[in-house]
Each structure stands twice: as structure tokens, then as C-alpha cells.
Design a protein. Sequence first.
Length: 298
Amino acid sequence: MVDRSRIAPDVTVVIPTVGRPLLRECLRSIADGLVWPAELIVVDQSRSEAVADWVAVLRRDGLAARHLPSAETGIANATNRGLEQARTRFVAVTHDDCRVSPSWLMTLLPRLRECGEAIVTGRVEPAGEGAVPTVITAPDPVVHRRPRLDGDDLFPPNMAFPRSVLQRIGYLDEHPSLRRAGEDNEWAYRALRAGVPIVYDPASVVAHVAWQPHSALPSIYRRYARGQGAFYGKHLRRGDLFIARRAARDLVRGPWLVLRGVVSANRELLALAYGETTGLLPGLLAGLRNAGNDRRPD
């Protein structure tokens, strides 16, 4: 018998997946949560029958979980397909290589309800011994109201927002140049420029599982840099002078990172330098071809 008081009727959780075995533990972490969502939507871009089976287990446990197959590729596409299906006031997103803490939704919901039209994000901690470049463990809460030249403020494996935000800024951009990375930072930039704040709450915790070896770091950073460059290129096409300053800063930073990495013999710094010097400019050129319709809900 499901305890109905455990279910939050105003939030849907979306998980985009490519069918990694890690998804099973991600789903289990949702089921082990102190609060359950009104619905869990798993957007599956794999062709594995296992994903449907894992989702079915949650349904048997009483959680309203839906398996949504998709023939598309790209995390923006998968996330958008889930957002389109959500019908609750709020939506929360995590990724298939993450595990949410038991108090994840219980912590997010009060912040969502009190913040109005804002995006709430939280801690993303490393788990395991492999390479996990996407983490944020800052101990203090902060509210970001405008873009920064020196960094981005959204961590999509741990984010939630009212669906009404989509009416203001649209869905994630599905352009091919943003297919593998950068779609989150571009969406967050649009939010901040539209006056939608990003609220960082360190009490909301997700673990990002280290499933890739450290030897993969150069290619990971290159993929991230290509996506970031594509984000810049899209807005440079629109004549955005702030992004022009930021892109120039990052292009200059690449050679400086190479020098620092060589002098310090720091392998991770060298991997980051390789990624930025080889990925940023090609991504920027690809992004310049992105007219960016920033589609909004019907």
C-alpha cells in the first residue's frame, strides 16, 4: 500500500537516458527518496529492453513511473521530450549517471514554492574513483541574477523549476552543435538574461557517479568546450557583446592553461587546456550556424 502523504502532487521528475546500466541505481535512488514525485518520466534514447523493465519495477512498487522511448539523440532532445509531457506545476531533472540523496525532493520543493519563477540548482558531488568533471560542492547558498564572465551557474543533474519558466525562455536548444554539451549553459544564459534567477541551494544533493576513466578527461573537456563554443556562437550570431567578451576571454585562456599545465605537470589542467584549445573554436564556428528559435510550449 502506497503512503499517499509521501507523494508530492506538484512535481514531475524527468530523467534523460541512453540506457547506461547506471540508470538502475539512479531509479532506485528516486524510489528510496523520502518524497516521491507525482510522476517520474524516463526518456529513453537507447534500444535496450532493460530500461523498460527497470521502470516497470518502480511501478510495481507504487511509484507513478513512465518509460518514454525516443528515437532521437542528444540530451537536450531527451530532456525536452520529458518536459513536454510533464503536467505538474514544477519539474525536476537529474541524469542517468547520478544518484539523488533521500532528501533531494523534500529539500527542493520548499525552495521551489517560495522562490517564484526561478530555477533551483544544488550540489553535485563526485562519487567513485573515475573522472567526474561536472561537480559543484560550494557550501554557501547564492542567488544569481545576471550572467558572469568567469563561469556558469546551472548544474542540470540537479535542477528544478516551475514549468511556467518555459513560457518565458523556451526549451533547451536542440541544434546539432549543442547535441552533446553546452545546451544547459545556453539555456541558463537565456534565463538570466530574461530576469529568471538561478538559486543555488547546497542542501539539495546529487552524486555524480565516476563511470569514465581519468584517461578520458581530454576528450570530455574537448566535448564540453565544443558545446560551450556553440553556445557562444549562437549568441554572437545575434550580436551579443557580452558573449563576445566572454568568448574572447576563453579563447585567450586556453594557451594560458597550457602553460600552467606544462609548468606544474598537472595532468588534469593539461586535459582542460587540451579541451579548450582544440574544442572551443570549432564549437564557436558550428554555433554561428545556429539561428536558435528557442521554441516555447504550445
